[in-house]
Design a protein around this ligand. Structure first.
Ligand code: FAD
Ligand code: EGU
Length: 480
């Protein structure tokens, strides 16, 4: 039995459970403060492994994630190995491609390699002399009373370790969180969505990217959707999203091609028919889960961050970004409360739960929205309406994705603003319509001879308003 309980005068021991993206980053945050940091990770050291199995190959890194990396001096290193995506590229069924910029010139997101990001963060954490990485340590159980943790080792043995603070960064199926579930007044919900995802690689063509690299490529087809992000090796990772029952319907290579012919015909030659037939059956489709819970802490002993606290569906590209922002928020509270865990932990729950729940809801909302009625035309139209309104009233109307992706506006505030903007737009439309009716009638009475011209003009205005108002009155709040 190892026991790393602190001796008087020594800095406290912080155990970070999970050496994934958020755990490795968090280790840097705690190490910077001088804590004795112990990271425990189930897997072997991914920096030595030849194949890294696991979830998605690349991810969209945006402002919140970058800010967190900046706090530990890692922004430049990661950004330099990322591929900027300045716009989406919408692929219509016809094969037509339409770019829609994310914003002004400096507003881009980055496609980063998950494995590389994880490795760089582990290496950075290790540069602190007060940090130790413990691979091949799977948390089995821990006690909220004593902080004693039990780890299983690959050889079947067990080790027990004590820590002053346990930071649960062990992902969507968190073992740390299991203890929370046993307690009273712990709120928990988890939802598996009917969709699964599958990753397919699009190889380079003549040594170059097969599609334009600086875009997030999207094939929106309602129930079916595909997204592709570029990699440094000039491949694209395509992620196909569809209901599990649809995945299961396709059982032969020919059926794969038939399916792609129907929904993503332009992607067949780019991925390659043979590769497609093969890769589709390499791995089964993966599930996506949304997890919400509260509180995020137990006393002064334990706190959850990242997917362990809030797994979100990937339809806003925010899971990792939100998890990274968790680390900044916690760090800021540590400053405010002088590293007093008894005060910091409840404050962290108080501040962070509403924001993490807001992004979980938004991501789920966008999943429902995309599935329900987003084809390529609708997607392009909606983004143009967003951008036009922003252009007309840059201070009043800011697209929701802009607040989420390019600012650190608290997620729950972004949602409130979005609802408020909706009201402003609807009132504006109403005022415009009323004005048109009254103004039109007035002019009509004053200038009877011009009635034909007026009618044509009024009809034009009406058509424009109708075109604008349709997406804003479909019952659900529009995405502005
Ligand atoms: P994880 O990355 O899951 O890491 C958890 C770690 O804990 C793992 O290393 C695991 O081995 C370890 N562990 C688990 N159990 C134990 C245990 N008992 N003991 C010890 N260690 C343990 N987010 C974005 O921001 N942008 C995107 O574009 C994006 N795209 C995505 C696309 C898909 C298809 C999916 C599924 C997710 C996407 N995400 C994206 C979300 C992102 O992947 C997660 O939010 C992120 O990985 C969370 O990091 P984490 O460290 O909290 O959890
Ligand atoms: C899904 C899977 C486009 C990576 C949401 C946009 C995503 C990503 C969007 C994945 C979409 C959807 C946004 C970004 C991003 C868009 C966003 C989704 C990265 C509203 C690796 N989403 N994703 N919204 O606006 O804000 O471009 O797997 F298709 S990045 Cl679903 Cl900004």
């Amino acid at each position: 039995m190892e026991d790393s309980a602190p001796r008087p005068g020594e800095k406290k021991v912080v155990a970070v459970v999970g050496g994934g993206l958020v755990g490795a980053l968090n280790a840097c945050f705690f190490a910077k403060r001088g804590f004795q940091v112990e990271v425990y990770e189930t897997r072997e050291d991914i920096r030595c492994a030849d194949v890294v199995r696991g979830r998605s190959i690349n991810l969209a890194l945006s402002h919140r994630g970058r800010q967190a990396l900046k706090h530990v001096g890692m922004e430049e290193k990661i950004v330099s190995k990322g591929i900027p995506m300045n716009a989406r590229m919408i692929h219509a069924l016809s094969g037509k491609q339409s770019p829609i910029p994310y914003g002004k010139k400096g507003q881009y997101i980055l496609s980063v390699d998950r494995a590389n990001l994880n490795k760089e963060l582990l290496t950075e954490a290790e540069t602190y002399p007060n940090t130790k990485l413990n691979f091949d340590h799977k948390l089995q159980d821990w006690s909220a009373e004593t902080g004693l943790m039990t780890f299983a080792r690959p050889d079947g043995s067990k080790t027990q370790v004590r820590a002053d603070l346990i930071v649960g960064c062990d992902g969507a199926f968190s073992a740390v969180r299991k203890q929370f579930l046993r307690r009273s007044r712990f709120n928990y919900s988890q939802t598996y969505i009917p969709h699964g995802y599958m990753e397919l690689t699009m190889p380079p063509k003549h040594g170059e990217f097969a599609m334009k690299p600086n875009y997030l490529h999207i094939w929106p087809r309602n129930t079916f959707m595909m997204i592709a992000l570029p990699n440094l090796d000039k491949t694209f990772t395509c992620t196909l999203f569809m209901p599990f029952e649809e995945f299961e319907k396709i059982t032969t290579g020919d059926e794969v091609i038939e399916f792609f012919q129907k929904y993503f015909p332009d992607a067949i030659p780019l991925i390659g028919a043979d590769a497609l037939k093969r890769d589709y059956f390499r791995l089964p489709a993966q599930a996506m889960v949304s997890v919400k819970c509260s509180p995020y802490h137990i006393g002064d002993k334990c706190v959850l961050m990242g997917d362990a606290a809030h797994a979100v569906v990937p339809f806003y590209g925010q899971g990792m970004n939100a998890g990274f922002e968790d680390c900044i928020v916690f760090d800021e509270i540590m400053n405010r409360f002088n590293e007093d865990f008894g005060a910091v932990l409840p404050e962290y729950t108080r501040v962070r739960v509403p924001d993490d729940h807001a992004i979980a809801d938004l991501a789920m909302y966008n999943y429902v929205e995309m599935r329900a009625h987003v084809n390529s035309k609708w997607f392009i139209f909606r983004k143009h309406v967003d951008n036009l309104l922003h252009l007309l009233m840059p201070k009043t109307i800011i697209p929701l994705y802009t607040m989420v992706t390019f600012t650190r506006t608290r997620y729950h505030v972004a949602v409130e603003r979005w609802h408020w903007q909706d009201k402003v737009i609807n009132r504006g439309l109403l005022a415009g319509a009323v004005g048109a009716v009254f103004g039109g009638s007035y002019l009509l009475v004053k200038n009877p001879p011009n009635i034909n011209k007026l009618a044509v003009a009024a009809e034009k205005i009406w058509n424009k308003l109708a075109a604008l108002s349709t997406p804003l009155s479909v019952g659900t709040p529009s995405q502005i």
